[in-house]
Every structure is written in structure tokens, then in C-alpha cells.
Design a protein around this ligand. Structure first.
Ligand SMILES: NC(=O)c1ccc[n+]([C@@H]2O[C@H](COP(=O)([O-])OP(=O)(O)OC[C@H]3O[C@@H](n4cnc5c(N)ncnc54)[C@H](O)[C@@H]3O)[C@@H](O)[C@H]2O)c1
Ligand SMILES: N[C@H](CO)Cc1c[nH]c[nH+]1
Ligand SMILES: [Zn+2]
Length: 429
């Protein structure tokens, strides 16, 4: 990991240092556009082709049904079932608290406005399954979809080498009451859910994280189809702000936890302490040696860096420009820092709150904006699965009170039919 001194960095240096997953020659875009066009034109046939090309599996059917899921899920041990249930319960509890009925507001006497939630009818969930299969992501997307009350939930996940999904994905499907999982991964899955194929329904909104191909496909279909997306949730990243109260072994473990996701993940340490920086680097080297995914994590770590700052305020300034998916405040004094956080997907406070708890089971959602999209997007929540429909109701007193102002406002815009829709009611005495 390269080390930079914040005081020596210009604004331009900070801007270029905080860029990630750029595709300067548009290689990923071009490839993904081809995949999308092929799926749009050839439907299921394209999905069989891509399963062979990218997943190296020859499929004879594009989905697993309930009986097959039950058979596969039988391999989940009681201890694993219990852990999945713990995660399910905490995620459910936290997400259910997000469903709130709003008060009606009388803006003028006789004029009442309010909002009601309506579930998005057809949603598509993408569950990553490339270098690691992520049943936790299935919980993170399926639970809020169920709480919101979506009518149709389409689930796509890449086929594994045996042409199936693994036992944990099957088990979570059954836990969520979902009885079909499509064996489709990558950008082809996004295209299938956006356009629909002979087998897969077109959905209104696509959710879920994924690698650069998945994320690029989501951003393309967002601007080219009527299907919406949750957010760009690409390669995982973490930024840790640490002072001298941090524990280097903990900091190193948290950096590696995100680094092991993929070679394009990023793990950044911003610290006021050179001693902590040096000790963390030594710990990273030590811990890397025993990780089964060391090969992947090492590449991500090589693509990551440390920034030394004079103060925690400077560290927070850097973090706010970076806008990390995950922000860890590895300091006992975190309470004084939270007000300064402007841009972050999910925040982990103090030295005893590893990011992994949010990945799996604390209750918060792990589907979060990456590549600095945390500047404008929130992570997935129940809100992501609903629309908020506004209502208004006017009494006789209401139209008398508000009508004259609306007539004048319509005149100001030269829209006489608008004015008339009010006048005919005011004059209807
Ligand atoms: N931001 C978040 O909220 C969040 C959450 C969980 C995981 N993630 C990220 O999700 C990603 C998961 O990536 P993954 O690769 O393991 O699984 P994935 O399911 O996202 O991608 C696998 C699919 O990518 C396609 N693919 C692979 N190589 C390709 C190529 N050369 N050309 C075209 N398509 C290709 C294949 O179809 C394959 O099925 C990781 O980067 C991880 O960090 C992010
Ligand atoms: N850290 C990922 C989000 O970037 C989520 C995850 C799933 N499993 C493990 N981690
Ligand atoms: Zn993770």
C-alpha cells in the first residue's frame, strides 16, 4: 500500500486518488452493451450462450423450481440454519422499523395533503455468485422486498459449476418464500430482467450488487429502458479513519475483509498516526499469509493506499471526498466525529464494530453505493422497494381558500386552462 501525506496533496491529487473503477477506454461499457443487445434480441438463447461463455456451464433449463431448491437446501447444517435465521431476524427487525405511516398535513384550512406507500409491483434481485456466492445479499434484498409487499420477485444468480445454485442460496430462497431462482449471472441477468425473455419477466426495478459488468449493465439499462435500479453497487470498498487509539490488528482485518471481495475492491486507511500506519501494514502482511483468498486480497491491497493526516478533521475531509461505501471510525473518540460525516454508505463506530457485522447480521443493509456514489445515493432499504404516492383533498372551504392564488399563478404562466379548472369550481355556486 502506498502512503501519501495529506498535506502534500493538491485538490487535483485528492480528486484523482479518490477515483475508482474508471473505464477510460470504455472496454467494459462496449462489452456490456453487446451483451445487453444480444439478450434483447435473442432472449433465452442468449442466456444459454452466456452461461457457457462466462460461467462455463451448459444449462438445460434456466431456473430451479421449488422441489429442486428444497433438495439442494437440505445440505445446510443446523448451525448454518441458525446463523442464517439470526441474520434474517435482525435484518427483518431493522427494516420493518423503516415502514412508517406519515401524518396528514392541512396546509390551509380545507386543503389536506399526505403520502401513502405503494410497493413496486415487479422487482428483480441480483445475487452475486462469481468468485464468492453471497446468500447474505439474498437476505439483504429479499427481506425488504417482502416487507414492502412486492407482488413479483424475480431472482437471478450465476450458475455454479454443477449448473445449480449453492445450498445457502436455495435455503434463503425458501426462507423468503421464493420458489424459483434463475441461473443467470452478470450483465446478461440485468438485461434479462430489464427487457424480459421467454422465461424471465421484465421487472420495474432491479436491485443488487455485483462486479463491474453487473454495475455497468445496471447504469446502462437505467438510462435506456423503463426499468429503474436501486443504485450503482459495485466492487466493495472500505475507508478506515484511525487515530492512535486504534488497534492495528483490527484495522488490518477490516481492510482485508473488503479486499478479499475482488481484485478491484479498495481498502483505504486514513490515519493521524504514523505508528498506527506502520503497525497496520505489518499486520496486513501477516494476516494475508493465512487467508484462503490471499491472491485476490493482495491485488486489491496493492491497489489501495494509506493517507497520513495531521488531524481527524483532515481525515474526515478526505473521507467525504472519497465517499466510501463503508466508513469505519477506528477511534475511541468517534462521538465527536459523526456530525462531520457528509458522504458514506454505512458507518461502523469505534474499535469493536467490525464492518463484517453489517455485511451479515447487525440488521443494516449491505447493498450500498460504491465508487463515490454515496455522495448522492443511500443504501438499499424498504424505501427502495416502495413509491410514495402523494394525495390531496379539498373541501368547499379549501377550494375557496386556495383557488384565487392558483388562478393568479396560472395567469403568471399563461396557462388559462389551468386557471379555468379552478375558476369553474369557484364559480359553481
Ligand atoms: N456494493 C455492494 O453493496 C456489494 C455487496 C456485495 C458484493 N459486492 C461486490 O459484488 C461483486 C461480486 O462479483 P463476482 O464477480 O464475485 O460476482 P457477480 O455475480 O457480480 O459476477 C459474476 C458474473 O460476471 C460475469 N462475468 C465474469 N467475467 C466476465 C467477463 N470477463 N465478461 C463479461 N462478464 C463476465 C459472469 O456472467 C458471471 O456470472 C464483488 O465486486 C463485490 O465486491 C458489492
Ligand atoms: N461487503 C459487501 C458489500 O460491499 C457485502 C458482503 C456480502 N458478504 C460479505 N460481504
Ligand atoms: Zn463484505
Amino acid at each position: 500500500m502506498k502512503t501519501y501525506n495529506y498535506g502534500n496533496l493538491s485538490k487535483d491529487d485528492v480528486n484523482s486518488l479518490t477515483q475508482r473503477n474508471v473505464d477510460p477506454a470504455n472496454e467494459i461499457r462496449t462489452l456490456v452493451e453487446d451483451v445487453i443487445a444480444h439478450v434483447k434480441q435473442n432472449g433465452d438463447a442468449a442466456l444459454y450462450d452466456y452461461a457457457l461463455k462466462f460461467d462455463k456451464v451448459e444449462l438445460d433449463r434456466l431456473y430451479l423450481d421449488k422441489a429442486e431448491l428444497e433438495e439442494i437446501a437440505a445440505a445446510v447444517s443446523p448451525a448454518q440454519q441458525k446463523a442464517l435465521q439470526t441474520a434474517y431476524n435482525n435484518i427483518y427487525k431493522f427494516h420493518q422499523s423503516q415502514l412508517k405511516t406519515e401524518d396528514k398535513v392541512e396546509t390551509m384550512a380545507g386543503v389536506t395533503c399526505w403520502r401513502e406507500l405503494r410497493a413496486i409491483e415487479k422487482v428483480g434481485l441480483y445475487i452475486p455468485g462469481g468468485t464468492a456466492v453471497l446468500p447474505s445479499t439474498f437476505l439483504m434484498l429479499g427481506i425488504p422486498a417482502r416487507i414492502a409487499g412486492c407482488d413479483e420477485i424475480v431472482v437471478c444468480s450465476p450458475p455454479q459449476k454443477n449448473g445449480k445454485v449453492n445450498a445457502f442460496i436455495a435455503y434463503v430462497a425458501l426462507l423468503l418464500g421464493i420458489d424459483k431462482v434463475y441461473l443467470v449471472g452478470g450483465s446478461q441477468a440485468v438485461a434479462a430482467m430489464a427487457y424480459g425473455t421467454q422465461t424471465i419477466s421484465k421487472v420495474d426495478k432491479i436491485f443488487g450488487p455485483g462486479n463491474q459488468f453487473v454495475t455497468k449493465a445496471k447504469t446502462i439499462i437505467q438510462s435506456t429502458t423503463t426499468t429503474a435500479i436501486d443504485m450503482p453497487a459495485g466492487p466493495s470498498e472500505v475507508l478506515i479513519i484511525a487515530d492512535e487509539t486504534a488497534n492495528p490488528a483490527f484495522v488490518a482485518a477490516d481492510l482485508l475483509a473488503q479486499a478479499e471481495h475482488g481484485v478491484d475492491s479498495q481498502a483505504i486507511l486514513v490515519t493521524t498516526s504514523q505508528t498506527i500506519a506502520d503497525a497496520t501494514l505489518a499486520e496486513v502482511e501477516k494476516q494475508l499469509t493465512v487467508l484462503p483468498r490471499a491472491e485476490i486480497a493482495k491485488q486489491a491491497i496493492d491497489n489501495s493506499y494509506i493517507v497520513i493526516t495531521n488531524t481527524l478533521d483532515e481525515a474526515m475531509d478526505f473521507s467525504n471526498v472519497y465517499a466510501p461505501e463503508h466508513l469505519i471510525l477506528a477511534t475511541t473518540n468517534w462521538k465527536g466525529l459523526t456530525a462531520g460525516i457528509k458522504n458514506a454508505g454505512s458507518v461502523f463506530l469505534g474499535n469493536l464494530t467490525p464492518e463484517s457485522v453489517g455485511d451479515y447480521a447487525s440488521g443494516t443493509n449491505h447493498t450500498l453505493p460504491t465508487s463515490s456514489y454515496a455522495r448522492a445515493y443511500s443504501g438499499v432499504s424498504v424505501d427502495s422497494f416502495v413509491k410514495k404516492v402523494t394525495f390531496q383533498f379539498l373541501t368547499d372551504e379549501g377550494i375557496q381558500n386556495i383557488g384565487p392564488a392558483v388562478e393568479i399563478l396560472a395567469d403568471m404562466e399563461g396557462l388559462h386552462a389551468h386557471r379555468n379548472a379552478v375558476s369553474v369550481r369557484l364559480n359553481n355556486k
